[in-house]
Design a protein around this ligand. Structure first.
Ligand SMILES: C[S@@+](CC[C@H](N)C(=O)[O-])C[C@H]1O[C@@H](n2cnc3c(N)ncnc32)[C@H](O)[C@@H]1O
Length: 247
């Protein structure tokens, strides 16, 4: 995802209204995105707190933060449905590809409203439809060919329908919402397993029990699909994300 990071983070931070000196909370930061970019934008007078349900993810984000120059975020483990922060503690909240994994999405959204100052904005990035997300679509199709379809990718696309997350946010008390679609094309190197992290992340639970031969055959089919799309050594991988902002 690194090559797409700027194309995704910049508009997400814009949507949250992040400027120098702001206090921003990033939810479900995983390995630290977009908290790391946010800290650079908030500058030395600002405060960026990255958070994730899984403490191990936060340990990785802290390691990454050490290797970047300039202001770094603070990272802390936190469940977004029960945030350990005071009311109105933040000027903005971001969450990149996280809200779809939370069963209690209403509780999370109410917590986000509680920790936002009046007038502060919450910006969520979610995936658009599977068909527009070449990485997951191709991997998902090959896994389905080999092992059958089991809906493993469904949570990723929980808010793919336009307007759906806005509706849920308004029900949780956001007065206004707006949505913007982004369709950046990732330029991936042909002949490289750039797809393996996504395969492991989405299907690791199904692949663990496969024999080495079956796994190799599955991976060869994924590689063949992407390599067949290469132009001058580059595989153009379309993606479709949506920013949903509420205030
Ligand atoms: C796909 S990752 C996104 C990571 C990062 N924001 C990015 O865009 O690369 C989803 C993250 O959501 C986190 N997550 C899931 N449920 C959560 C919850 N209830 N509260 C906080 N984080 C949660 C997971 O631990 C995981 O790190």
């Amino acid at each position: 995802m690194a090559d797409l990071a700027d194309k995704l983070n910049r508009p997400l931070l814009d949507a949250a209204g992040l400027t120098e000196g702001h206090r921003l909370l990033d939810l479900a930061s995983g390995a630290g995105e977009p908290a790391l970019s946010a800290a650079r934008r908030a500058g030395p007078d600002g405060l960026v707190v990255g958070s994730d349900l899984v403490p191990g993810m936060m340990a990785g984000a802290v390691r990454r933060a050490r290797s970047v120059e300039g202001p770094a975020p603070t990272f802390t483990a936190a469940d977004m449905t029960a945030l350990p922060f005071a009311d109105a503690a933040f000027d903005g909240v971001t969450c990149r590809f996280g809200i779809m994994f939370v069963p209690g999405v209403d509780s999370a959204l109410r917590e986000v409203r509680r920790v936002l100052r009046p007038g502060g904005k919450a910006a969520f990035m979610v995936w658009g439809p599977r068909a527009g997300n070449g990485l997951f679509a191709e991997i998902g199709d090959v896994v389905a060919d080999h092992l059958g379809e089991d809906g493993s990718l469904d949570p990723l696309f929980r808010f793919a329908k336009p307007g759906l997350l806005s509706e849920v946010m308004r029900a949780a008390g956001f007065a206004e919402t707006s949505e913007t679609d982004l369709t950046p094309v990732r330029k991936a190197p042909a002949g490289q397993p750039f797809w393996r992290a996504a395969l492991d992340m989405s299907f690791g639970h199904r692949l663990g029990g496969l024999s080495a031969e079956r796994r190799k055959a599955l991976e060869q089919d994924i590689a063949k699909r992407f390599d067949a799309q290469a132009v001058d050594g580059i595989v153009p991988v379309p993606s479709h994300a949506r920013i949903v902002v509420g205030w």
